[in-house]
Design a binder for this molecule. Structure first.
Ligand SMILES: *[C@@H]1O[C@H](CO)[C@@H](O)[C@H](O)[C@H]1NC(C)=O
Ligand SMILES: *[C@@H]1O[C@H](CO)[C@@H](O)[C@H](O)[C@H]1NC(C)=O
Ligand SMILES: *[C@@H]1O[C@H](CO)[C@@H](O)[C@H](O)[C@H]1NC(C)=O
Length: 547
């Protein structure tokens, strides 16, 4: 499919970007490319090079080729091109045909042609459509009597189809970040990239990743006002089940229910950076470093109101999800970050219970170096915010109740390397959690519903009868990992812990009972409430406030 539009590249682009030199064709076996800055401030550069000069060619204007029609958004397309002057000149258009093996070669594309900066040019032919727009024909520089030949070239990003025995290995280095103002750092990197070969000789590839980590480490999110914050303030229902309970023992039919809500109030800013080294032919990354920076105010208010008894585990639910600015060298390396809030509630309830827990933390300068850094440590500053706890239960029944709640803001970075040669998601998970264990004995006497209908219940009197223990813990676990193996750089077992602490926020026993929690939390239970839900064994609805 050919488009009618004609693409000429403005010459000024060469001065806008630091590494791209659009005035020099990539005929010497190496080529560089800078990520165009866009909203979100992503900057980045990429370099490819190989010992075989003919492994890389060029169809930007500097090469002598003029593109007659090209889809700026496609990754795979046939493009019509015509040589501005002499097609057989190896110093210009003719470079394309040199050692063009069966599998093709890498080609640099102008910004206006294809979504990608580099593609695979797999074959070329004399095109059936030899028409050339007059405006272009008049600019072609032809010797008298020679008519220009319109060529078709097939372009895709199937780099793995390139035969290394034809092209030789083609190396690649990439780095970039979404931190606004990283321009300076990237310019330094660009300068280093030019000296790359020397650097590699002297210090090895891994040092290069460490250097990039060093640059990323200078980012201070608190300093930047240019990053769009993610703001969430919403209440999510985790579960809500009800059932009808029959009349009995002198009380009428009634309904019982179990409902858990999580109000998430979060403000977060995050950026990512990446540095990678490897070969584009054959597709392989041998060194890789990903950086994530996060600042967040996190507040989760968990509420459980249950009158039915039963067991619930919602599993991890995604409550909120939004894309963040990413890094994209289409066909070569794409990092697409997503900010999510996950929530989970587990409950084994056998008594009327109302529970409110607030989980509040401020996270400052969280920094993740993934999968590892030999010189820098991943870490985060944590200050707990004001948290609240309220708990009421029906004291008329013995109870072995366990409730656990999680609010988990997380950043997931989907990574696609060299046109799908490897894909994985790296996550930075902030798990703020709390659990409450009730281990209560039945109170001696409780007035049934009918009899209390017109009677004031003396809650102090009821409280006094409660015996047993309540234990409430909170914790914050911040860690990173991956969902798949990525070349031989990291896999599911790779994990980085930034923070892991838990606190006993409330522990109290009443009455004669000195027994602490003896129950086994039913963490394994995956049954949803309706199946396990039961009517309480009494309909007494008097709750006493324990905490
Ligand atoms: C490509 O990288 C390898 C290391 O992976 C290095 O040994 C080789 O010299 C590099 N090739 C060129 C042409 O620099
Ligand atoms: C980051 O910037 C903030 C605000 O300018 C400053 O208070 C803080 O000390 C800086 N943090 C680091 C680690 O430099
Ligand atoms: C966090 O600490 C708890 C104990 O407090 C431990 O059981 C858990 O394995 C730790 N998690 C990580 C990821 O280190």
């Amino acid at each position: 499919m050919f488009l009618k539009s004609v693409a000429f590249l403005p010459a000024f682009l060469a001065t806008v970007h630091a590494l791209n030199d659009w005035s020099v064709p990539c005929f010497n076996g190496e080529c560089t490319y800078d990520l165009p800055a866009h909203r979100g401030g992503a900057v980045g550069s990429l370099k490819i090079w190989g010992a075989n000069k003919n492994a890389i060619t060029d169809i930007t204007p500097a090469s002598g080729w003029v593109i007659l029609g090209c889809d700026p958004n496609a990754l795979q397309q046939n493009v019509r091109i015509v040589c501005q002057a002499d097609e057989s000149d190896h110093q210009s258009c003719g470079n394309l045909f040199r050692e063009l093996g069966k599998s093709g070669k890498i080609v640099r594309l102008p910004e206006t042609c294809g979504k990608n900066a580099f593609g695979r040019l797999s074959k070329t032919w004399v095109d059936a459509d030899q028409s050339i727009p007059a405006s272009i024909a008049s600019k072609l520089n032809r010797r008298a009597g020679q008519s220009p030949v319109v060529r078709g070239v097939a372009i895709d990003t199937d780099f793995k189809a390139l035969d290394v025995s034809e092209t030789g290995p083609v190396n690649i280095t990439i780095e970039g970040s979404t931190f606004p103002g990283a321009q300076g750092a990237t310019a330094r990197r660009a300068a280093r990239s030019v000296l790359f070969d020397k650097l590699v000789e002297k210090r090895g590839f891994f040092t290069w990743i460490e250097d990039a980590f060093g640059d990323f480490n200078t980012f201070n999110l608190s300093d930047s006002t240019d990053i769009t914050a993610v703001s969430v303030d919403k209440t999510y229902n985790l579960f809500n089940y009800g059932l009808s309970c029959p009349a009995g023992n002198g009380w009428p039919a009634y309904s019982a229910s179990a409902k858990a809500d999580l109000r998430a109030t979060t403000n977060a800013v995050a950026t990512i950076g990446v540095a990678a080294v490897g070969t584009i032919v054959p597709p392989d990354l041998t060194e890789f470093g990903m950086f994530t920076a996060l600042n967040a105010d996190l507040n989760g208010q968990f509420t459980l109101v249950a009158s039915a008894s039963g067991t619930a585990d919602t599993g991890i639910k995604t409550l909120y999800s939004v894309g963040l600015p990413g890094l994209d060298w289409p066909g070569i390396l794409t990092l697409g970050p997503t900010f999510k809030i996950n929530g989970q509630a587990l409950a084994t309830v056998d008594v009327d219970v109302n529970l409110n827990v607030d989980l509040a933390y401020t996270l400052t300068n969280a920094k993740l170096f993934f999968p590892k850094s030999s010189t820098l440590s991943s870490g985060v500053g944590v200050s707990p915010g004001s948290s609240a706890l309220a708990l009421s239960v029906n004291p008329s029944l013995a109870s072995r109740t366990y409730v656990e709640a999680h609010i988990q803001p997380r950043i997931e970075v989907g990574i696609d390397a060299i046109a799908g040669a490897a894909t994985a998601t790296v996550f930075l998970n902030v798990d703020a959690h709390a659990d409450a264990t009730l281990s209560l004995d039945a109170a001696a006497v409780i007035t049934p519903r009918e009899e209390t209908a017109n009677v004031e219940v003396d809650s102090r009197a009821v409280t006094a009868r409660v015996t047993g223990c309540v234990d409430v813990n909170a914790g914050l676990n911040i860690y990173a990992g991956a969902d798949a193996s990525f070349f031989s750089l990291f896999d599911k077992s790779t994990s980085v812990t930034l923070y892991n602490k838990s606190w006993d926020i409330y522990a109290q026993c009443w009455g004669t009972s000195t027994r602490r929690s003896e129950i086994e939390p039913l963490l394994e239970a995956r049954e949803l409430v309706p199946r396990a839900l039961a009517c309480p064994s009494t309909n007494v609805d008097t709750l006493v406030k324990l905490v």
